[in-house]
Design a protein around this ligand. Structure first.
Ligand SMILES: NC(=O)c1ccc[n+]([C@@H]2O[C@H](COP(=O)([O-])OP(=O)(O)OC[C@H]3O[C@@H](n4cnc5c(N)ncnc54)[C@H](O)[C@@H]3O)[C@@H](O)[C@H]2O)c1
Length: 286
């Protein structure tokens, strides 16, 4: 594990799932953590988002690792909330070494049936929210002449996904944003990379629409989700991957072990990217 003692990391979407796992991995490596999350559901998102209790739990688990945690409710769609979070971070810790821009939402709709509102929400949170988060944090990193940024992209930043046009467009955009951040911030000794998770075991894909997707049609079950996830991987025994697996890559990219690495998109997908194509929607009768 890299030694990040004395460093300060901001993690968005930190109340649960991969964000909580990243927060705990950073804390275990010695970071104090600023954990941000919306802590509320959003109408067009077809599954519940995290709660204030979830965020409190993250803070409790960071504290149990002996690190300080500033936990704040913050919607990455709000410039005001992000600026306030940065101000409170500087007040408490005086610096920001690492940003993990992880907050994201998913939705499943046929491309021709996506509503204006749903398209806007997916793009606002996953892509524009990521840019807003970077914009809020980067002036501090420029002043410090130091910083490491890790963005949460997806395998859907490389490939299409059935009924995910909004999400796929947003995640492809995240890689463009990552590359431009790497280009423009390099001269300030700030690195920017992305992790591209495959199918990870979190609440994002633990709801009826996701079961149907994994089953290949309506009537899917949690068991379909569990079993069919194995078709997404090329490595023996891998189904839905543990969030901690992604956290190890986040930790690497955030640390000095990756001091000469910037502008890179790192898949953490059990080899999903090398699988031959598969038509996940052969009937198309949804
Ligand atoms: N689970 C997967 O299979 C998978 C695969 C590839 C990429 N990802 C990406 O990983 C990241 C983490 O997702 P997860 O799997 O942990 O899912 P999750 O739903 O458990 O966690 C996402 C977190 O982001 C928070 N969030 C949502 N909108 C927000 C907003 N506007 N402002 C602040 N916080 C907000 C949620 O409350 C939640 O705590 C996302 O960017 C997601 O797109 C997930």
């Amino acid at each position: 594990m890299p030694d990040l003692k004395g460093q300060v990391a901001i993690v968005t979407g930190a109340a649960r799932g991969q964000g909580r796992s990243h927060a705990l991995a950073l804390a275990a490596a010695g970071c104090d953590v600023v954990a941000l999350d919306i802590c509320a559901s959003v109408p067009t998102v077809p599954y519940p988002l995290a709660t204030e209790d979830d965020l409190r739990q993250t803070a409790k688990e960071v504290a149990a690792l002996g690190r300080d945690c500033l936990a704040l409710t913050c919607d990455v769609r709000s410039t005001e909330a992000l600026d306030d979070a940065v101000a409170r971070t500087l007040e408490r810790f005086g610096r920001i070494d690492i940003l993990v821009a992880n907050a994201g939402t998913w939705a499943l709709d046929n491309l021709w049936e996506i509503t204006d509102e749903s398209w806007q929400v997916v793009l606002d949170i996953n892509l524009t929210g990521t840019w807003r988060t970077i914009r809020a944090v980067v002036p501090t990193m420029i002043e410090q002449r130091r910083g490491a940024i890790v963005l949460a992209a997806s395998v859907n930043a490389f490939e299409a996904g059935t009924r995910m046009a909004h999400y796929v467009a947003a995640k492809h955009g995240v890689l463009g944003l990552m590359r431009n951040a790497a280009l423009e911030l390099g001269r300030f000794n700030i690195r920017c990379n992305a992790v591209c998770p495959g199918a990870i075991d979190t609440k994002m894909n633990d709801w009826q629409g996701a079961y149907d997707l994994m089953a290949g049609g309506p009537g899917g079950t949690p068991e379909d989700r569990r079993v069919n996830a194995h078709h997404w991987s090329n490595l023996a025994g891998r189904g839905l991957l543990d969030p901690a697996s992604v956290s190890r890559s986040v930790l690497f990219l955030a640390s000095d072990d990756a001091r000469d690495i910037t502008g890179v998109a790192l898949p953490v997908d059990g080899g999903h990217a090398v699988l031959p194509g598969l038509n996940g929607d052969p009937v198309g009768d949804w």
